[in-house]
Design a protein around this ligand. Structure first.
Ligand code: 1SD
Ligand code: ZN
Length: 257
C-alpha cells in the first residue's frame, strides 16, 4: 500500500492539504542565515551533554529512510537549549542524488550538503515518545551534516548494514557494540531554534540542534543509502531526495553557541 504522502506526486508542496500545520509558524527545516544567528552565552555556560553508549537495536528501511532503533533507557541528552532530560529514540537521515551536493534538509546561508543525519530524542517529562511527539517541548533533534570525503569509520558499522535492507520493511540487527556518538562531529558548536518534524504529521514539537561542523563520509557510504528502495506508483525505485526544502522563518530567532 502506498502511503498518503511521499517525496514525488504527493510531495512536500502538497503536504499542507492533509497536514495544514505545514504552513504553520514554526516549521522545519529552515535556511540558517549565519549572520542573523544570535550568539547566546547561556548555551556555552550550560553545555549540551550527550550520553548514548551501546544502545542500537536494529536498522530498518521505513520506506522514507533507514532508521536505527534504539534502547534509550541509559541514554541522556540535556543542557544547552533544553530544560530537563531527553532520551534517544532513533536516528535516520535524508539525502540527495548520486554525485550531487544537495539532499540535506537544513541549509546554511543557502548552501546544501549531500545528506543530513537526525538523532531524535524525546522529553522524559512525558511518558514516552508517542506522548511527546506533538508537544511544543516534546522532542529534540540533533542534525549532523554529511559531506563527501573520506570514509567515516564511526558510521561504517551502520552504512554496511544499510546495504542489507533494500526493501521497505527490511530490518537487520545491530549485533556489535555501537555508540551513536561515533557519528557526531568532534567539535560540538551548534545552532538551535524551535521547529517541527520535517515529515508528516509535521508536529511543531522539535527543539532543533544543528551541528555547525559537518562530518565526512565516503561516496560509497552515501551510495549505500541510495541503494535502498522505496515504493513508487510504478513499483520500487532507488531512494533519494527524501528531504523537505527550507520553510519560512516566520520571525523566529536562531541562536548559536
Ligand atoms: O522523518 C522523521 C520521522 O521518520 C520520524 O522519525 C519523526 C519523529 O517521529 O521525525 C521525523 S524528523 O523531523 O526527524 N525528520
Ligand atoms: Zn529527519
Amino acid at each position: 500500500r502506498l502511503q498518503n504522502w511521499d517525496y514525488f506526486a504527493r510531495g512536500p508542496s502538497y503536504w499542507h492539504e492533509q497536514f495544514p500545520v505545514a504552513k504553520g509558524q514554526r516549521q522545519s527545516p529552515i535556511d540558517i542565515v549565519t549572520a542573523n544567528a544570535k550568539v547566546d552565552k547561556a548555551l556555552t555556560d550550560n553545555p549540551l551533554k550527550i550520553h548514548y553508549g551501546n544502545c542500537c537495536l536494529g536498522v530498518s528501511n521505513t520506506g522514507h529512510s533507514f532508521q536505527v532503533a534504539i534502547d534509550g533507557t541509559e541514554t541522556e541528552l540535556n543542557g544547552g537549549p533544553l530544560d530537563g532530560t531527553y532520551k534517544l529514540a532513533q536516528f535516520h537521515a535524508h539525502w540527495g542524488p548520486y554525485r550531487k551536493e544537495f539532499g540535506s534538509e537544513h541549509t546554511v546561508d543557502g548552501s546544501t550538503y549531500p545528506a543530513e543525519l537526525h538523532l531524535v530524542h524525546w522529553n522524559t517529562k512525558y511518558n514516552d515518545i508517542s506522548e511527546a511527539v506533538d508537544k511544543p517541548d516534546g522532542l529534540a533533534v540533533i542534525g549532523v551534516f554529511f559531506k563527501r570525503g573520506r570514509e567515516h569509520a564511526g558510521f561504517k558499522p551502520i552504512s554496511d548494514l544499510i546495504a542489507k535492507i533494500p526493501h521497505k520493511g527490511d530490518n537487520v540487527e545491530v549485533c556489535c557494540n555501537y555508540d551513536p556518538s561515533w557519528i557526531l562531529p568532534a567539535r560540538r558548536d551548534y545552532w538551535t531554534y524551535l521547529g517541527s518534524l520535517t515529515t508528516p504529521p509535521l508536529h511543531e514539537s522539535v527543539t532543533w540542534i544543528v551541528m555547525k561542523n559537518p562530518v565526512e563520509v565516503s561516496a560509497e557510504q552515501l551510495a549505500y543509502m541510495r541503494m535502498m528502495l522505496w515504493e513508487t506508483p510504478d513499483g520500487e525505485d532507488q531512494m533519494f531526495n527524501n528531504y523537505r526544502p527550507p520553510q519560512p522563518l516566520q520571525g523566529r530567532v536562531v541562536r548559536s553557541t
